[in-house]
Design a binder for this molecule. Structure first.
Ligand code: LMG
Ligand code: NDP
Ligand code: PMR
Length: 385
């Protein structure tokens, strides 16, 4: 059985990249609907909208020879204390063209990580952000505004994965931890910071949300059980609290691996909904990506030791989907700053020569009405509606 399955890995891998009609799963048509109704922010909670410093530096600054050069961009990366986020911070900081705000829940860990990866002091700032608490998200936004820096790019990268949890865990606000952190925390953060990005005069402003192949059921990886499925979202609408509602979006029994995959579907749906609601009005590029299988990161810290031992060689030698942390960081850095990746509403992936291409999302992850519904329920849950 294992061998049979193994022999089919590479076939499906090839196919999944070029042609997404795997296992007869019908491809979703690429729907391009422009929503005309745009909601104004209705921010509740302790921190009211604060005045943003008016001293935002102009995007073009005159150099001594009179030529105009682009100022350093400011990028916020959530979860930059390890894995993909840290590698991206390093890759961007190295260019000298970016100041990276490392938005992390563990301040000391992030400082140490930045130092040991050799990120120069002047190219980064660590700021505290715990995505599993809406208060922390709002404080982070307030602190960032007080710093007076412009915001040019936001990267929603942080995530937790709890595949071995028998019972759900919850955020400070009482939502199941994976969806609460990976989706709801980022949704609130991105909604609040959109205002700041609008004010930036940087020529290419971007909001990037990290997705994954495992949330896409039009791929082999996305068909490994348990599969992502948001269902009719009765659990999400009920508040994912595990008391009077299920802790799972679809209302089913708790499954940590499924909750993670569902959260990634929400991430990919949100990117598209942002695109439909705000791209035309703001010019901001909204994008998601699958950076490759970075099998060595902290994401798998909760998995059983045998899995952590076998997963990297499995991905390296069998699926060939493995990428190093360094390589994945370069990929995400491209989505942040490469002039050729400015298209909005795209889910980027990379082929085996590390060339980027526009990938196709699964039917569910590109469902316009689901995206709208996740958006509307989420804005109630985070206190924006
Ligand atoms: C669950 O297990 C876990 O319980 C949960 O905690 C969470 O992790 C979740 O999705 C995440 O997974 C899933 C389980 C399902 O997978 C496993 O337990 C396998 C773990 C494998 C990980 C490492 C494998 C190591 C393999 C050994 C390799 C050694 C490498 C060394 C090589 C180095 C050489 C030096 O697993 C299953 O259910 C098994 C079946 C999976 C099949 C998945 C494919 C589904 C495709 C569906 C469509 C099928 C259509 C077939 C069409 C065929 C056409 C020809
Ligand atoms: P890591 O665990 O290395 O990084 C995740 C980061 O998120 C860590 O810095 C972690 O902080 C941070 N984080 C977790 N919870 C919170 C929180 N409540 N508030 C703030 N930060 C938090 O994993 P990866 O680098 O692999 O994951 C990065 C992204 O890449 C995720 O979105 C993941 O879904 C995605 N991805 C990963 C793949 C892979 O193969 N690894 C494949 C596809 C997508 P701390 O250091 O304090 O724990
Ligand atoms: Mg998967 C082409 C095959 C491929 C790719 C690219 C991935 C990526 N995986 C593939 C195939 C398979 N995986 C197969 C055939 C199996 C069954 C043996 C398998 C199993 C598996 C497990 C148990 N894979 C996993 C797990 C995890 O716990 C990881 C996970 O689902 O995290 C949510 C995972 C992953 N496989 C990937 C990637 C990228 C992951 C993890 C990270 C993520 O999606 O964010």
């Amino acid at each position: 059985m294992a061998l049979q399955a193994t022999s089919s890995f590479s076939i499906h891998r090839e196919v999944s990249l070029k042609d997404c009609s795997l296992f007869g799963v019908p491809l979703s048509t690429h729907l391009k609907v422009d929503f005309t109704s745009r909601k104004e922010f209705n921010q509740r909670g302790a921190l009211k909208t604060q005045a943003v410093a008016t001293t935002t530096p102009a995007a073009n600054i005159a150099s001594t020879d009179g030529k105009k050069t682009l100022r350093k961009g400011t990028v916020i990366i959530t979860g930059a204390s390890s894995g993909l986020g840290l590698a991206t911070a390093k890759s961007l900081a190295e260019t000298g063209k970016w100041h990276v705000i490392m938005a992390c829940r563990d301040f000391l860990k992030a400082e140490r990580a930045a130092k040991s990866s050799g990120i120069a002091k002047e190219n980064y700032t660590v700021m505290h952000l715990d995505l599993s608490s809406f208060d922390s998200v709002r404080h982070f936004v307030g602190n960032f505004r007080q710093s007076g820096q412009p915001l040019d790019v936001l990267v929603c990268n942080a995530a937790v994965y709890l595949p071995t949890a028998k019972e759900p865990m919850f955020t400070a606000d009482g939502f199941e931890l994976s969806v609460g952190t990976n989706h709801l925390g980022h949704f609130l953060l991105a909604r609040l910071l959109l205002d700041d990005m609008k004010k930036s005069d940087y020529p290419s402003k971007r909001l990037i949300i990290v997705g994954s192949i495992t949330g896409n059921t039009n791929t082999l990886a996305g068909n490994v059980p348990p599969k992502a499925n948001l269902g009719d979202m009765r659990g999400l609408a009920g508040g994912l609290n595990g008391l009077n509602s299920s802790a799972m979006i679809d209302g089913g029994h708790f499954d940590g691996a499924k909750a993670y995959k569902d959260s990634k579907v929400c991430n990919m749906l949100m990117m598209q909904e942002f695109h439909r609601r705000f791209h035309e009005e703001t010019g901001i590029t909204f994008a998601s990506l699958y950076p490759g299988c970075i099998a060595t990161t902290g994401l798998f810290r909760e998995h059983i030791p045998l899995f952590r031992l076998l997963f990297p060689p499995f991905q390296k030698y069998i699926t060939k989907g493995y990428v190093s942390e360094d390589e994945s960081g370069k990929r995400l850095a491209q989505v942040v700053s490469d002039p050729s990746l400015t298209k909005s509403g795209v889910y980027w992936s990379w082929n085996h020569n590390s060339a980027s291409f526009e990938n196709q999302l699964s039917e569910e992850a590109s469902d316009v009405s689901k995206a709208q519904k996740v958006w509307e329920i989420s804005e109630k849950l985070v206190g924006l509606a």
